[in-house]
Design a protein around this ligand. Structure first.
Ligand code: ZN
Ligand code: ZN
Length: 142
């Protein structure tokens, strides 16, 4: 009986710790239109949760993604995924020189296109548009 209560308490502590970690991580990603790698999220999370490990940050990012609260953006560099808080539908501009990722508006023609209707090919769940180029800091003469 007493052991039962102890176990229940332990589970409760574990659960509230997870909630706290997720709240901190989500807060970091919601602080602006940021696109951070897991390592960058970890660096910021450690300011609030000094003992949090990178593995825990990864696990929480994956959990938040599975709940639709976080989006993973693949930059095309192997092992260099970035994360952002899920928000309005938008596209991403990737600078091929400095590797900055910025939000850009989805062109009206694409946003309004009947891309959900692929007929016999399959059903569409989401749209992910990446635009690659040089940002104004990197473009020659810019
Ligand atoms: Zn650049
Ligand atoms: Zn974005």
């Amino acid at each position: 009986m007493r052991e039962n209560i102890a176990r229940r308490k332990e589970r409760f502590v574990k659960k509230s710790r997870n909630t706290r970690q997720r709240t901190v991580i989500l807060g970091i990603l919601r602080a602006g239109r940021v696109h951070l790698t897991a390592v960058e999220v970890h660096q910021q999370a450690r300011k609030v949760l000094p003992t949090v490990s990178l593995g825990t940050v990864y696990r929480n990012l994956n959990f938040l993604r599975s709940k639709g609260l976080v989006r993973e953006i693949c930059t095309g560099d192997a092992g260099c995924a970035r994360f952002e808080a899920a928000r309005d539908l938008h596209a991403h501009f990737h600078c091929r020189s400095c590797r900055t990722v910025r939000d850009i508006q989805l062109p009206g023609e694409i946003a309004g296109a009947p891309w959900r209707d692929l007929g016999p090919i399959g059903s569409v769940e989401s749209l992910d548009l990446h635009v690659i180029g040089d940002c104004s800091d990197c473009a020659p003469g810019g």
